[in-house]
Design a protein around this ligand. Structure first.
Ligand SMILES: *Cc1c(COP(=O)(O)O)cnc(C)c1O
Length: 523
């Protein structure tokens, strides 16, 4: 294997004339890596496969037999190991440093939880096993459900939804069933500007017309505008709290009372529960349904495309419509309530969100996280997360515009804008400059209510030393933007790749490998 034959060119890696390209294209320990299709060879294999007994395998399916190889790249074992290890070293990860993405809660997840999730009694069971053989797993699901009900002050919870957005859908389906049950077909869902983008998407997906409610200048729901729009066609209001400006919706109770008086339901996007867990019970604020992202508040690594889990808590008004199945305690046994066993009691359930129970691995991580923190520890989580975010907000508001800095303390995340940047300099330049400083950039250009938004969520798991280093780096990059430093426009200078054409990368991603000859012919 020669990297130089791979179609990759050393000059792709050289930093703007500041250093000579190496023969290999590598820069010391920063190793280049071509696509697996560029190094693989269908004649190579890392394993000895037994001769296939063709006669046996065919079983009368001759017409389905492949006639030519499909071009899968073959690698020897060391080549395969090195390929993926090199790629993994080009990734930024929470185990390398701070992940300041806002609206994500990318926090360190204790290794203990991973160990617990891998215990064979939890990891190696099957959803169709006889119930008496999985009593421990049911007990654990029941335990997590019980904690979620207590922490939110809500009487029921559906554990099966597999992500935050999936939980939103679950909540809206329950709301629709409740309205149908009283013969009240309503068609509109109100979504404030400060809501997460999944909210209007879910409402539209569920077949509702979505209407926008403006935010006040201080970044919260405009209560008067909301109240004016309430009427007999409104099924529900979806409110993200804390909202995507990082602010607590202080009018929540007043909003819920008005919504209920108009015969509608309150859906709360609780993905940011991390900021209020142990401090506020959404049930006390009049919420009817709320999803909780276990992969944000209750520990599970995310962002790598792994499974999510979005249990939905329900008020007494919506509980009868909650989806099946769920685990119920029956004496000292646990049993599964399904369609066949539901009986009168759950006859109003709207059905199922998924085939089985949801993400068992995430339930075990959440249980481990809850039990190891305890109720006092979970309260400490939200206090520290909010303290860290306010430390960032107040440390940076002198160098970056903080549009809602005057709206009181922020919750879990601090929001800045590009206001005051000179012509030609933008939020994107700051993000790219941070890469050179060794940080993953914060969330950029979201929420949309702020121009050139920069949303920073430090979470509770970062030390003051790490926050100080990040603040120092961001101050330095922001100063370069404000001074119109031309080198910032070309950042990143030190990353494995220079600044990409992001529009082209998004609109015309190179996902299909081209034969090298075909590629040459095309040039
Ligand atoms: C992350 C997030 C969601 C979506 O959760 P997924 O699990 O990614 O579907 C919804 N709302 C808010 C406020 C979020 O932060």
């Amino acid at each position: 294997m020669s990297i130089n034959q791979s179609g990759w060119r050393p000059e792709m890696n050289s930093a703007e004339g500041s250093e000579a390209a190496t023969f290999t294209g590598n820069r010391a320990l920063m190793l280049e890596e071509p696509l697996i299709f560029e190094i693989g060879d269908s004649q190579t294999t890392g394993v000895d496969l037994p001769e296939i007994l063709l006669e046996q395998a065919r079983g009368g399916l001759d017409n389905l037999l492949r006639t030519a190889p499909i071009g899968l790249p073959g690698l020897s074992e060391p080549e395969a190991v090195r390929h993926y290890t090199r790629l993994s070293r080009q990734n930024y990860a929470i185990d390398l440093g701070l992940f300041p993405l806002g609206s994500c809660t990318m926090k360190h997840n204790p290794r203990l939880n991973e160990k617990v999730a891998r215990l064979p009694g939890f990891a190696d069971i099957h959803p169709l096993q006889p119930q008496e053989t999985v009593q421990g797993a049911y007990a654990l699901i029941h335990l997590v459900a019980d904690w979620l009900c207590k922490l939110t002050g809500m009487p029921a919870v559906a554990m099966s939804p597999k992500a935050g957005a999936h939980g939103e859908l679950c909540g809206l389906l329950a709301i629709r069933s409740a309205l149908e049950a009283r013969g009240d077909m309503r068609s509109v869902i109100l979504v404030p500007e400060s809501a997460h983008g999944t909210n209007p998407a879910t409402a539209a997906f569920a077949g509702y017309a979505v209407e926008n409610i403006p935010a006040t200048p201080e970044g919260r729901v405009d209560f008067a505008a909301l109240e004016r729009r309430l009427g007999p066609d409104v099924a529900a209001v979806m409110i993200t709290n804390p909202n995507t400006c990082g602010l607590f919706e202080r009018d929540m109770k007043r909003i819920a009372d008005a919504v209920h008086a108009a015969g509608a339901f309150v859906y709360c996007d609780g993905a940011n529960f991390n900021a209020i867990v142990g401090r506020v019970r959404p049930g006390d604020l009049g919420v009817d349904a709320m999803h909780i992202n276990l992969h944000k508040t209750f520990s599970t690594p995310h962002g790598g495309g792994g499974p999510g889990s979005g249990p939905v808590v329900f008020s007494a008004a919506l509980a009868p419509f909650a989806p099946l199945p769920f685990v119920e305690k029956d004496g000292d046994q646990f049993r599964l309530v399904e369609e066949e066993t539901a009986g009168e009691h759950h006859a109003h359930s709207f059905g199922r969100m998924v085939a089985f129970h949801g993400q068992m691995g995430m339930f075990t991580r959440a249980a481990s996280y809850m039990l190891s923190h305890g109720a006092d520890g979970l309260r400490q989580v939200s206090e520290d997360a909010v303290l860290n975010a306010n430390y960032i907000l107040r440390s940076l508001e002198a160098v970056l515009d903080a549009p809602f800095g005057g709206s009181g303390p922020c919750m879990h995340e601090a929001l800045f804008s590009d206001s005051g940047f000179p012509e030609g300099f933008s939020t994107l330049d700051v993000a790219k400059g941070l890469i050179d400083e060794g940080f993953h950039p914060m969330t950029v250009y979201f929420p949309l209510v702020v121009h050139g938004a920069m949303l920073v969520e430090p979470t509770e798991t970062e030390s003051k030393a790490v926050l100080d280093q990040f603040i120092g780096a961001l101050r330095s990059v922001a100063a370069r933007a404000k001074n119109a430093d031309p080198s910032l426009k070309a950042a990143p200078h030190f990353a494995p790749r220079r600044r990409l054409d992001e529009t082209l990368a998004a609109r015309k991603p190179v996902l299909v490998w081209k034969e090298p000859e075909a590629a040459q012919a095309a040039e």
